[in-house]
Design a protein around this ligand. Structure first.
Ligand code: URA
Length: 477
């Protein structure tokens, strides 16, 4: 051990966070500390107002990572959970996140271990924070205040459980873009004047105006944000039990909106009105965004999204329907029974799966409960069309020269219309960007057959894969 290493081995480090919700700052420091090989028990993460109980001193100056330090491995799932977990009010969250990050460097598959105590705790923190944000979106109630300059000002009081105020500023800014409003909380305040957002110090309930919320405005707002594609009456009742309806001005609209939901959903999909935020610019960002996507009812089921995987510059992109139960548990596409069969056929045809980008037309697992089992359900055309946006995002980034769509759902995801597999298989379809689409059956179709029928379909599947293999050879020249 060098003298410097010896000093580091003994030292402890106190990291003062400038804000309780500053994930970016934490991430920077955590990355440097991992690169300097500083173990979790030597670091105290202190947020504003907190004390360093661990070492009760200011600690050693933070070290600089060596120039040749290896990159820090985190992974999509860790990052998307960590971003939310960092907003939790648990004072130990930053230590937990660091410990898990530290362990991930030694065991990159730890996030797949459902029984791991740290993973479970981070998942729990993430869930609590998402729930708190959801409640904030649903229950912030503005009250109108007369301003001296004659412009209406709307003020709301809200008490978040976690440090979610800043993270949700964009949501309220977009929803109430043209209003002048303030949201007051015990953690801090947000003020929007129609052009700029300002942050202010913590407030007290008595700072907010009393009286009834502005009912008409609230009703209009609620009707405009009501997304029929997300409607789950059971969940709605548990979130906003009927006994509270009398106090909520918008509740008068609920029965009517529920009744018209299905119709409006179809109209919105047809008119392309299911609006998305700007498309993320990296596969990692898509991975985080699909995790939070609730644009269709499948996204509202309690399960994780499964992102595509493979080289980000793959020549071949393979598209399936949606993750199955195993994929959902493992967080990776095509690792269950259909995936195993696919692997056999790919190998037989000489296609290297490791060099392909493998994904699905729909990113969440659609299922129905049968006892304790989750049974696969096919996505509807509308659900595929909605999720298409994400797959197109992946395709735009990976830019494959050849796409192999397996099954009717994948074909619809690629083409935006339903086609008959038997009519389109075996020949390329030119795509708008100059790449080629090849369509074949889904491997799970083979799994459902046996005997001669299975042999026949397996031979057709092999022939399609062989044609794709040959074409890939031509494309690389
Ligand atoms: N079926 C699919 O279409 N995709 C998967 O990832 C797994 C099974």
């Amino acid at each position: 051990m060098t003298a410097m290493q010896n000093v580091r081995a003994q030292a402890h480090y106190v990291v003062q966070l400038p804000r309780s919700d500053d994930f970016a700052f934490w991430r920077e420091r955590a990355r440097a500390l991992i690169q300097c090989d500083i173990p979790p028990e030597r670091i105290a993460w202190v947020e504003p107002g907190g004390t360093d109980d661990l070492f009760s001193s200011s600690g050693t100056r933070l070290p600089e990572p060596p120039a040749n330090a290896p990159p820090v491995r985190a992974g999509k799932r860790y990052l998307s959970l960590a971003k939310n977990a960092a907003l939790h009010s648990d004072p130990n969250r930053f230590s937990l996140l660091y410990r898990l990050l530290w362990r991930l460097q030694r065991n990159p598959r730890i996030m797949e271990d459902k029984a791991d105590v740290d993973v479970r705790r981070v998942e729990e923190l993430d869930k609590n924070v998402r729930r708190d944000s959801h409640k904030m979106h649903a229950f912030v109630r503005f009250r109108q205040v007369e301003e001296a300059d004659g412009v209406d000002h709307y003020v709301a009081w809200f008490e978040p459980e976690h440090h979610i105020l800043r993270a949700n500023a964009g949501f309220f800014m977009r929803r109430f873009a043209s209003m002048r409003w303030s949201i007051l909380t015990p953690q801090g305040t947000l003020h929007w004047d129609g052009e700029t957002m300002r942050e202010g110090p913590p407030a007290q309930k008595s700072d907010a105006p009393h009286g009834d919320p502005i009912e008409d405005l609230w009703r209009t707002y609620y009707a405009s944000i009501f997304n029929p594609a997300r409607l789950k009456v059971g969940a709605m009742l548990s979130e906003m039990p009927r006994k509270y309806w009398k106090n909520l001005p918008e509740a008068a609209l609920i029965p009517e909106l529920v009744a018209g939901a299905q119709k409006r959903e179809s109209e919105m999909v047809a008119a392309g009105e299911l609006s998305f935020e700007e498309r993320p610019e990296s596969l990692e960002a898509i991975g985080s965004a699909i995790e939070a996507c609730r644009k269709c009812p499948i996204g509202c089921l309690e399960n994780r999204a499964v992102m595509g995987e493979g080289p980000s510059d793959a020549l071949l992109m393979i598209v399936g329907e949606q993750p199955g139960d195993v994929e959902n548990q493992e967080g990776r596409p095509f690792v269950g029974p259909a995936g195993q069969l696919l692997d056999v056929h790919l190998e037989r045809s000489g296609i290297d799966r490791g060099r392909a980008y493998v994904t699905n037309a729909v990113k969440h697992f659609k299922f129905t409960m049968r006892g304790k089992r989750r049974l696969h359900q096919s996505p509807t055309a509308k659900e595929i069309d909605t999720c298409r946006w994400w797959m197109e995002g992946e395709r735009a980034l990976v830019k494959p020269k050849l796409v192999l769509a397996m099954g009717a759902s994948a074909a619809r995801g690629m083409l935006g219309k339903t086609v008959s597999i038997s009519k389109v298989r075996g020949a390329p379809i030119a795509l708008e960007d100059g790449s080629e689409l090849w369509i074949t059956a889904h491997p799970s179709y083979l799994l459902r057959l046996d005997g001669e029928a299975r042999e026949k379909q397996a031979a057709l599947f092999d022939a399609d894969l062989a044609a794709v293999r040959k074409r890939l050879g031509e494309l690389v020249g």
